[in-house]
Design a protein around this ligand. Structure first.
Ligand code: PRP
Ligand code: URA
Length: 213
């Protein structure tokens, strides 16, 4: 049964772009372009409930009450693959802070290994969006959420492109307060922890670092 905090986009533009992203013939340049476009679309959905406050302005016609953002937003891309999602999210929320977290998945144990974290002593934002194209076992996402909660983050959302049910279950059982936004919920993981049908390795496909054999 889908987790109550899971939001899977059904937008036709998302479905169309996903086909390009998944296709094994899509080259890194096009892949990066589609990661960016999908991030914009999913990010837009994830940001739908951000708080705003009233702002008095004048149009050329008359005064009016408009709105401005009332929450400090932090974007937390998980290196490397999350990097490709940052520019689109900054277009949506130009005043957001970007805090990078370096985590890679040990391909033998499938456990996350932290290698970069420059967060200051206490939280500087009201809402954190963790950016990572892939939610597989959920190990990396859970580790990132734990880091952010220790930092003092109160409101956290996870923005993915493709999620596996195993990852959704791992995140929602450990952190039911964290909503997950994604473009697709796939069938499951293979014995190497890769999402099926998935898209392969999101980092390698963005940065052209896949093995040549
Ligand atoms: C990928 C992906 C996630 C993680 C997902 O990163 O971008 O961070 O794996 O897997 P999990 O849910 O099982 O933890 P990877 O470790 O391959 O690092 P990379 O981005 O540097 O390629
Ligand atoms: N990381 C990826 O990049 N792809 C997967 O399918 C699983 C983890």
């Amino acid at each position: 049964m889908p987790a109550p905090s899971l939001h899977v986009s059904r937008h036709p533009a998302v479905l169309h772009k996903l086909a390009i992203l998944r296709d094994e013939n899509t080259e890194p340049k096009k892949f990066r372009e589609v990661v960016r476009e999908l991030s914009w679309l999913i990010g837009y959905e994830a940001l739908a409930d951000v708080g705003v406050r009233a702002l008095e302005i004048r149009t050329p016609m008359e005064p009016m009450t408009a709105h401005q953002l009332d929450e400090r937003i932090g974007l937390v891309p998980i290196l490397r693959a999350g990097l490709g999602m940052v520019d689109a999210m900054l277009e949506l929320m130009p005043t957001a802070q970007v805090w990078h977290l370096g985590l890679f998945r040990d391909e033998r144990t499938l456990r996350p290994v932290e290698y970069y974290n420059k967060l200051p002593d206490s939280a500087t934002v009201d809402l954190c969006l963790i950016l990572d194209p892939m939610l597989a076992t959920g190990g990396s996402a859970t580790a990132a959420i734990e880091v952010l909660k220790k930092w003092g983050a109160v409101r956290i959302k996870l923005v993915n492109l493709i999620a596996a049910p195993e990852g959704v279950e791992a995140v929602t059982s450990a952190h039911p307060d964290v909503a997950i936004y994604c473009a697709a919920l796939d069938r499951g993981l293979n014995d190497r922890g890769y999402i099926q049908p998935g898209l392969g390795d999101a980092g390698d496909r963005q940065f052209g670092t896949g093995r040549a054999d």
